[in-house]
Design a protein around this ligand. Structure first.
Ligand SMILES: Nc1ncnc2c1ncn2[C@@H]1O[C@H](COP(=O)(O)OP(=O)(O)OP(=O)(O)O)[C@@H](O)[C@H]1O
Ligand SMILES: [Mg+2]
Length: 274
């Protein structure tokens, strides 16, 4: 896995960014992260930690929310991208699947997918081939392709949102909270699809998740955000085994040793935060 010294394989580099909403609310206080090409990188943390803000900073979606990157830089393939409009970024291969799986409710599943191809100048044949690719990954969507998206289940709508992103032929997909509101079995199904898209299509993912457990099983590397700062990062396997991560994010603390762990964790936590 890449560390600070190796940058040549990073597709995305976020360097010490600060984000302010409404000119006064400081939300990100110097966030840095790297997303290597071909990897699955997880951005973890609880409610309000700054995960969505980080993704929106990357995909230039902050402006519509009166948010602004006031310090630091965001580079994609070594090129500064923070002044681009979202559609220019899509052309460069970066697309965001928003939190809450936005679909066009009145369009059918297939029409929703087709809207994902709008930034490309592709022939009907190419678009059909891509639709078939999406249906291969999401057989449920094929079955429901003529259904109005608003009447499909939450899991199917999440699949539509990811499928629509795939129709832009992205190199990197920013996925915000894919597990939100879904039953465990569906979460597993969606993460398995992410994994196969990563392995078979070479798609790079940066995904924001509160569900630390599932994210660290599928990601290669993770960053933990607290209160607008990265408090810890490392290979997913190491984070999974880290006692503080277990205690604070995986809910695996062992009752019998609780007080001992509390003290130790508290000390370490102080260290991350300092
Ligand atoms: N448009 C906005 N205007 C003002 N403050 C905002 C705005 N959007 C988010 N915030 C604040 O920024 C902080 C970070 O929010 P963000 O949505 O990035 O967190 P998150 O990690 O994605 O949380 P969640 O897991 O709940 O989705 C929160 O305190 C939130 O209240
Ligand atoms: Mg969020």
């Amino acid at each position: 896995m890449l560390d600070g010294a190796e940058t040549e394989d990073s597709l995305l580099e976020v360097n010490n960014i600060e984000v302010i909403y409404n000119h006064v609310i400081l939300v990100l206080k110097g966030v840095s992260l790297k997303v290597p090409k071909g990897g699955i990188t997880a951005l973890l943390g609880g409610n309000g930690a700054g995960k969505t803000t980080t993704l929106k900073a990357v995909s230039n979606l902050l402006r519509s929310e009166r948010g602004e990157v006031t310090k630091g830089s965001i580079k994609y393939r070594g090129e500064r991208v923070q002044d681009l409009v979202p559609s220019e970024l899509v052309k460069k291969g970066v697309i965001q699947v928003m939190e809450g799986r936005h679909c066009f409710e009145h369009l059918t599943v297939e029409e929703n997918l087709l809207t994902g191809a709008y930034t490309r100048r592709a022939s009907r044949g190419e678009i059909d081939a891509d639709l078939n690719m999406v249906y291969d990954y999401f057989p449920r969507l094929k079955e429901r392709r003529k259904s109005q998206a608003g009447y499909t289940s939450g899991g199917e709508q999440q699949m539509v949102a990811i499928g629509r992103a795939l129709m832009s032929r992205p190199e990197m997909i920013l996925l915000d909270e894919p597990s939100m509101g879904l039953a465990p079995q569906l979460v597993e199904e969606i993460f398995n699809i992410v994994k196969s898209l990563n392995e078979n299509e070479g798609a790079t993912f940066l995904l924001a998740e509160q569900n630390t457990n599932v994210a660290l099983r599928f990601a290669h590397y993770g960053y933990i955000l607290e209160n607008g700062r990265v408090v810890m990062d490392g290979p997913a396997k190491e984070l999974r085994e880290n006692p503080d991560v277990k205690e604070f994010y995986l809910g695996m603390s062992d009752e019998g040793r609780k007080s001992f762990r509390d003290v130790r964790s508290y000390r370490r936590r102080k260290r991350w935060l300092s």
